[in-house]
Ligand binder design. Structure first.
Ligand code: S3P
Length: 423
């Protein structure tokens, strides 16, 4: 397994680039956009809100409508499988003078939405969910929102929703982060001239009169997609994979530190800033991994990387534990259960905990596993197959295209045989 790859653009930043440029004055050219189902749900929703967006592959031209220029949609906005899209846009819509409704697919319709509804309601927005606290979300369009409030959050999506709503509040809004959160909303808003005061883990947003487009926004490549190749290289003999232009902000590169605990040194050379974010070239090589306890603040930073970290743990020597990650149960699937079941099917000794997993490293056998419609679970088991004793058949892979549509092509480019069965 040898080669050099350019993984696609960062998913979290692609959502934010779209949302913020849509309400700016002036048009914004976005480079490095992730052309995948999740950000495309945000893009379609913004078009339904009256924003003109032209696209040419990974380059977008967003014609901003100004802070108060969005128009009422004529139908519910379908956010597909995308939790980030639904939560962030709910914050933006909470500040509008019109009503809207957000719906999603079966997985998204099971995910918790009270975490955004509650703070938005306390800001004065009319927001209703189902009795179970899930989508559909109805936003009634009450204005203006109340400023002067302070929130404590442990989620970057919730922080982002509050900050986007705070653009429409009648005074400053403060959000305190109780865990290390990706800083993309803050970075993007600052690029559009929004005044944000940072005091340690607290951010205070001062409502602007207008957001001013910087003209061009560049998006680095997604470290959450790169992570699959890091572990692929570690587990395979005589492997070397180079990944260029990967967003490696300190609030996103926790996977590198967690892999280091397992004995892997990913070579990193900084490429400088891309779109106000750190960008780096990462080179990963074959590494004998050892088991480790994966706990502490980097668990939050690397939350999306746990499906592939579980495969790293399965291929390591000795036991590993994932601790303090109950959030994994409410992602696109229950990732603790999906990974435990799949690994057990492949002959790995694994124990499910309420907030994590204990995995005994071993030799993966072939078999048939269920990705439960979860893109990252599917990609993680594909990496597992490259070192298993027999082929692995992975059911429920249809959502790989939500974050990494070229994944199978990239595996093939590295010399790996993948059969895709459409069903
Ligand atoms: C995201 C934040 C993280 C992450 C998710 C994307 C974002 O979730 O797991 O995939 O773009 O803000 P939290 O909101 O729980 O931090």
């Amino acid at each position: 397994v040898r080669g050099s790859l350019r993984v696609p653009g960062d998913k979290s930043i692609s959502h934010r680039a779209l949302l913020v440029s849509a309400i700016a004055d002036g048009s914004t050219e976005i480079h490095g956009y992730l052309d995948a189902a999740d950000p495309n749900a945000t893009l379609s929703a913004l078009r339904a809100l009256g924003v003109r967006i032209e696209r040419d592959g990974t380059v977008l031209q967003v014609h901003g409508v100004g802070l108060h220029g969005l128009r009422a949609p004529t139908a519910p906005l379908d956010m597909g499988n995308a939790g980030t899209a639904m939560r962030l846009i709910a914050g933006l819509l909470a500040g509008q003078a019109f009503a809207s409704e957000l719906v999603g697919d079966a997985s998204l319709s099971r995910r918790p939405m009270r975490r955004i509804a509650e703070p938005l309601i306390s800001m004065g927005a009319g927001v209703t969910t189902t009795d179970a606290g899930t989508a559909p979300i109805n936003i009634h369009g009450e204005q203006p929102l109340r400023g002067g409030l302070a929130f404590s959050v442990t989620s970057a999506q919730v922080q982002g929703a509050i900050l986007l709503a705070g653009l429409y509040a009648d005074g400053p809004t403060t959000v305190h982060a109780d865990a290390p959160l990706r800083a993309h909303t803050e970075v993007m808003l600052r690029r559009f001239g929004v005044e944000l005061r940072r005091d340690d883990a607290s951010l205070t947003l001062v409502p602007p009169n207008a957001l001013i487009s910087p003209g061009v926004v560049e998006i680095p490549r997604d470290i959450s997609s790169a992570a699959f190749h890091l572990v692929l290289a570690a587990l395979n003999p005589d492997a070397e994979i180079t990944l260029r232009g990967v967003g490696a902000d300190p609030t996103r590169d926790g996977v590198l530190r967690l892999l280091a605990r397992m004995g892997m040194a990913v070579a990193r050379s900084d490429d400088g800033a891309v779109g106000g974010e750190h960008s780096a070239t990462l080179t990963a090589r074959s590494t004998p991994l050892h088991g480790a306890t994966l706990d502490g603040p980097d668990v939050t930073v690397a939350m999306d990387e746990f499906p592939i970290l579980a495969i790293a743990a399965a291929g390591a020597t000795g036991p590993s534990a994932v601790v303090g990650a109950p959030e994994l149960r409410v992602k696109e699937s229950d990732r603790i259960s999906a990974m435990a079941q799949g690994l057990a099917t492949l002959g790995i000794v694994v124990e499910e905990q309420p907030d994590g997993l204990v995995i005994q490293g071993g030799r993966l056998s072939g078999g048939r596993v269920d990705a439960c419609g979860d893109h990252r679970v599917a990609m993680a088991f594909a990496v597992a197959a490259t070192v298993a004793k027999g082929p692995i058949r992975i059911d429920g892979c249809g959502n790989i295209g939500t974050s990494y549509p070229g994944f199978v092509d990239d595996l093939r480019a590295l010399g790996i045989t993948v059969e895709v069965h459409e069903s």
